[in-house]
Design a protein around this ligand. Sequence first.
Ligand SMILES: Cc1ncc(COP(=O)(O)O)c(C=O)c1O
Length: 351
Amino acid sequence: MIRIVEPTFSEEEKRAVLEIIESHQITRGRWTQTFQEEFARFLGVEHCFTVCSGTVALFIALKALGVDKGDRVIVPAMSFMATIDSVYLACGEPVVVDVDEYFTMDLNQLEDAVKRYSPKVVMPVHLYGGMADMENIMFLADRYGFYVVEDSAQAHGAQLKDKKAGAWGHIGAFSFYASKNVPMGEGGALTTDDPEIARKIKQWIDFGEHPAFNVRITEFQAAIGTLQLRKLKERNERRRAIAKKYTELLSEHFKTPKERPHSYHVYHLYTLMHPERERVVEELGNREIDARVYYTYLLHELRNAEHLPTPNAERFRREVFSIPVHPYLKDQEVELIIGTLLNSVSSGKIV
Ligand SMILES: Cc1ncc(COP(=O)(O)O)c(C=O)c1O
């Protein structure tokens, strides 16, 4: 089976885990400190706080920005359910908008929704590893006065112009779940440049002015995350090389993913589209190639949320599927995937 995700570790992770056991410092130690410092430096931000998951990072981000009963939070129609669930958990009211040709928040609709709903927070998602239109979203944030939380769970190292995902908004939220480009098993982080926001985040993490959860990670997770982070650049480059090959050889028959101009896509997932998606995915499965649909649902349908019309997301949802693009794919596996896809549609070109 060619798996769609393949977290891969080496001797140094094993050694680090053993050293932690022997040191008896299994939580709140130097690895957690090191990860926070290295991740902040990697993104070019002042503050990074690790937490136990991406969902918790999104929830704390919203609470730190003051989201409470009735506050509107705008999210895109296509994402993992945690994006919208974090809004409900924070007692906010989500409003769902459509996505653009890059699978990220549609800017024109965003402006309409902002005028209509006066949101406290807008939460773009860098879906599949491709950047949302952060420059214009931040422009609207200044103009209309809302906060921006970037759901960067799928975008470690992605970049638009001179800034990385998680460094554009008031807060960046990350996941280090096992399938992510930086895997810890489970884990998350919040990033910010703003000292006051950093102080508020801390209140949710370190027990402070109000009741809070324990959301810490262990030293094991932090060590694995740190060592994985050090390999991220090289791994993202390999993902991009595989994606380039897919796009070159498949775009005549499939709608292949587009890269936003001036951006660096990190291909957490390589997601393409075909009107006969079910048949194509089945044929991939028959050849032991793990292809999956991310996501079968739209966020407003899943949670019956307030929304604007979402024609793009509705079409994409019927046609999208993702194929393996992880950095440990062998060249022959990439060729097998391409060959299988081309065979599955040999009867006609996409229009
Ligand atoms: C876009 C997005 N947001 C949020 C999350 C939530 O992260 P976690 O699973 O670590 O809670 C994930 C991934 O799982 C995700 O893909």
